[in-house]
Ligand binder design. Structure first.
Ligand code: BMP
Length: 533
């Protein structure tokens, strides 16, 4: 393997499509307050400042679509200029990797550099706060931050890697004041250590640093390590979704994609091993630490409440919904609902539901089963009467529209600024459903690619042998084998012991009983004891 130099002397012909595909920054600034103020008053405007109501939804959709196009083009560009390579590479750590990333070459391609800057600027909209300055992590991200500063009219500072022993001996160059809020720009994140070094230096100089944007997250635990130090990370690409994009563009063969995803999962699992042990009981299917904050939260609640029970509350009024939520709340880890069957749904419904979720410590799962193209699900997830992304912790989707749907949901989730986990409907409990083994296997592959946004499945049996992608199983009841419309029920024992599922979803067996609280307690205790038995 040859190591790339920092910029090639004779650049190859850069990408065919012009960077006009990527939203120019001035376009972005039309809907935002821009840092075109006087120097002392400059602020980097973020997503929270764009319009309201309908305009906002339309803005969301067009912005997301533009970002998709920009990302697709940039993925292609990075591949073509050799910034991302696939083959067999020996890394510094001694590990053999099926891909290699070196973004330094991008400085030789002005159009690619512009695309990179434009996508960083798009990512800025995911933050709800404001920043006074940006700072690139030396060295590769320095030209990226500079391009972004020029393209977005943003003030920048530079953090020295080596402090000179003469002159001012400043560590941070540029104009800033104590308490200035700084956004870190990085090219690639693996463990997060380079970002943390710069964060340390900036904080020591009095700057406030809470956020970073990276062009490529290698998904090796860096995001979580940074979160642990109070740094929220946004990425333009995660390696799995860059690989997925290249496969969709027919630039990577499916066989190679699977190999790369296996490598990512194995390397991530190895990095997990080094994490501190949690005290999750061994009866819980898989230890909690998993690189997915939503999954970790669920397992932590399950452990604390000794409950793997999700209650489905398919009732039709806010009063009934809140009443059942309050009654079963102490016994469950998740409350599942269908917001679209609540006749009097208002934002007050979701607000009060969230209050109950906090009071009793359970997560809210909107059983929306998204099943449309990416552009549509962005709006379905974040807009309309239900504004699901503003209150749900977990949502689910059918895999049938393909990865664009997952990308749409992920972007809507990023915009909301909330952590939400996705479950793919990989199997159904209803008689005669059309899902076959091949479809389920494809769901497994898609879910692995989409981890940690996708955290598991709605299914009837364990699908991921590692258990990292968990299964919530509906179709659970003790007193019935099914209903008149094709629902099929199994017992907790059968699903947990014979089928290896991780969580149980019980609906009518609980909310349809005379005393939902008592029934919930019974299902909770029974299922927990089956797991421990
Ligand atoms: P019940 O236990 O009352 O049959 O409710 C099951 C719940 O799980 C319902 O809300 C249904 O929409 C959902 N569900 C299901 O029953 N089977 C599936 O395959 C997928 C589901 O989401």
């Amino acid at each position: 393997m040859t190591h790339c130099v920092e910029g090639e002397l004779t650049p190859q012909r850069p990408a065919k499509t012009s960077c006009g595909d990527v939203a120019p920054c001035c376009d972005r600034n039309e809907g935002h307050s821009s840092p075109r103020a006087t120097q002392g008053e400059r602020r980097l405007a973020c997503g929270a400042e764009h319009g309201t109501g309908c305009e906002e939804d339309l803005f969301f959709v067009s912005t997301k679509r533009r970002r998709f196009l920009g990302m697709e083009q940039l993925a292609k560009d990075l591949f073509e200029i050799g910034a991302v390579k696939f083959g067999t590479f020996k890394l510094k750590s001694g590990i053999t990797s099926p891909f290699y990333v070196d973004l330094r070459v991008a400085v030789s391609y002005p159009r690619v550099l512009r695309s990179i800057a434009a996508l960083y600027l798009e990512c800025l909209q995911d933050f709800s706060g404001a920043f006074d300055v940006i700072c690139g992590v030396p060295y590769t991200a320095l030209p990226f931050a500079t391009a972004m500063a020029v393209q977005g009219d943003l003030p920048m500072v530079m953090c020295r890697k080596e402090v000179k022993d003469h002159g001012t001996r400043r560590v941070v160059e540029g104009a800033f004041t104590q308490g200035s809020r700084c956004l870190i720009i990085e090219d690639v994140v693996t463990s997060g250590s380079s970002i943390l070094e710069v964060v340390g230096a900036l904080r020591a100089e009095g700057l406030k640093v809470d956020h970073a944007i990276v062009l490529l997250d290698r998904e090796q635990g860096g995001c979580e390590a940074l979160l642990g130090q109070g740094i929220g990370l946004r990425s333009v690409f995660r390696i799995s979704n860059l690989v997925g994009t290249l496969r969709n563009l027919n630039l990577l063969e499916p066989g190679k994609v699977d190999m790369i995803l296996d490598f990512i999962c194995t390397a991530r699992a190895a990095s997990d091993v080094k994490r501190p042990e949690t005290n999750v009981p061994s009866a819980l299917p898989v230890a909690a630490s998993s690189s997915s904050p939503v999954r970790d939260q669920l397992y932590s609640i399950a452990e604390k409440k000794r409950s793997i029970l999700c209650v489905a509350t398919d009732v039709q009024s806010t009063k009934e919904l809140l009443g059942i939520a309050d009654a079963v709340g102490p016994h469950i880890c998740v409350l599942k609902l269908h917001a679209d069957i609540i006749q009097d749904w208002t934002t007050d419904t979701s607000r009060r539901l969230r209050e109950l979720a906090d009071k009793h410590s359970f997560m809210l799962f909107e059983d929306r089963k998204f099943a449309d193209i990416g552009n549509t699900v962005v709006a379905q997830f974040s807009a309309g009467v239900h504004r699901i992304s503003s209150w749900a912790d977990i949502v689910n989707a059918h895999a049938i529209p393909g990865p664009g749907l997952i990308e749409g949901l992920r972007h809507a989730c990023a915009i909301s600024g909330r952590m939400i986990g996705l479950l793919l409907v990989a199997q159904m409990s209803s008689k005669g459903n059309l899902i076959d083994e091949r479809y389920t296997a494809t769901c497994l592959r898609m879910a692995r690619e989409a981890f940690p946004f996708c955290i598991g499945f709605i299914a009837q049996e364990r699908l991921d042998p590692t258990g990292k992608l968990f299964v919530m199983a509906p179709g659970v009841q003790l007193d019935s084998k099914g209903d008149q419309l094709g629902q099929q029920y199994n017992s907790p024992e059968y699903l947990l012991k014979r089928k290896g599922v991780d969580f149980l979803i019980v609906g009518r067996g609980i909310y349809g009983s005379e005393e939902p609280a008592k029934a919930a307690q019974m299902y909770k205790e029974l299922s927990w004891s089956v797991l421990h038995g």
